[in-house]
Design a protein around this ligand. Structure first.
Ligand SMILES: [Cu+2]
Length: 341
């Protein structure tokens, strides 16, 4: 089963851990606060509702994948910032529902693979090790020389290094590019690659949502779909967010076998930053069409508390697992924190 779930050096903070460190806001009661980590250089003051990590029994932990960013190991070489990432392909079995288990290929024990994050102009160095029993590769979207394009097979038991500049800024992705690519992607070898602009985006509660499909009977059609690995997970475990707080979603469609899907948010509209390659939104809508490998930044805030669904508006796809909901909670604590600080 899946191991090494959290990237080394990164963790989610429980309320108990925060209390130990004296970081919770005294006298407010209710939920604790956590500070989301942005770029290693700075710590944002964005407040994020706590996640009940202890109550999650699954081996894939979509609530942790949600806000988990891998900034790599930072090194300085010849005056440049190098971000070194370790990605290992392996095998896992995941449980899609109470009756169905499925063999996947994973990266660092998770599906989707780690969300790699860098700043525009950083040098990226990816140490890729293949322990998945079959030839694989990592092909990054972005601008780089042909020899770093990741289309050559890395045979089982071998490793390689991909090195290139983080250009241009935006929401990108990486995935295996060994034929049949549909199969290699649908079995789990993909992840998001975020390149931050030189001037950081405004603070927000940032999350990653990767839409993917599972073709469990090899008929080139998906039987199940999921956000961040597990079908319907966020329906049963709504994502807590604060009322009136800016939410920044990094959304990727990596569903093979279906030409395109939409992403729809209930009871709200979002600003769209296509491929994350602009600092000004190109449109405002509540449903956006995404072809395979398309990805965008979507920003919004909820004015009312309550539960709100999100899903592709191809409802057959939503009903087969690509469905979740936000739980918008009152931001009394956030207001008090601002007042007291
Ligand atoms: Cu592969």
């Amino acid at each position: 089963m899946i191991k090494n779930f959290l990237t080394q050096g990164e963790r989610l903070w429980s309320r108990r851990q925060l209390l130990k460190l004296g970081l919770t806001v005294g006298g407010l009661g209710g939920a604790g606060l956590i500070w989301q980590r942005f770029n290693n250089q700075s710590h944002s003051v964005v407040k994020v509702p706590p996640i009940e990590t202890e109550s999650i029994s699954q081996t894939i932990k979509p609530l942790q994948i949600l806000r988990n960013f891998d900034y790599g190991q930072i090194k300085q070489e010849n005056g440049r910032t190098i971000r070194e990432f370790n990605l290992t392909a392996g095998n896992s079995i995941i449980r899609l529902n109470s009756a169905v288990e499925y063999n996947i290929w994973d990266l660092n024990g998770r599906i989707p693979g780690p969300t790699l994050r860098a700043k525009q102009g950083d040098r990226i160095r990816v140490l890729f090790e293949n322990k998945a029993g079959h030839s694989h590769s990592l092909h990054f979207h972005g601008i780089h020389p042909a020899e770093m394009d990741g289309v050559r097979p890395v045979t089982n038991g071998k490793a390689t290094i991909y090195e290139f500049d983080a250009e241009p800024y935006g929401v990108h992705l990486y995935h295996c590019h060994i034929a049949p690519v549909t199969r290699h992607i649908a079995k789990g070898l993909y992840g998001m690659f975020i390149v931050d602009p030189p001037k950081p985006r405004p603070p927000a509660d940032e999350m990653v949502l990767v839409m993917a499909g599972y073709d469990v009977n090899n008929d080139n059609h998906n039987e199940y779909y999921a956000f961040n690995g597990l079908p319907k997970y966020y329906m049963d475990h709504p994502i807590p967010i604060y009322q009136n707080q800016l939410i920044r979603l990094y959304v990727l469609n990596i569903i093979e076998f279906d030409p395109a899907v939409t992403f729809h948010l209930h009871a709200n509209f979002f600003d769209v930053y296509r491929s994350g390659m602009s600092l000004t939104p190109s449109e405002k809508t509540d449903v956006i069409t995404m072809g395979v490998a398309e990805r965008h930044i979507l920003e919004f805030a909820f004015p009312y508390t309550g539960k709100y669904m999100f899903h592709p508006h191809q409802d057959a796809i939503a009903e087969r697992g690509c469905m979740g909901q936000f739980e918008v909670i009152a931001d009394n604590e956030a207001k008090n924190t601002t007042k007291n600080s």
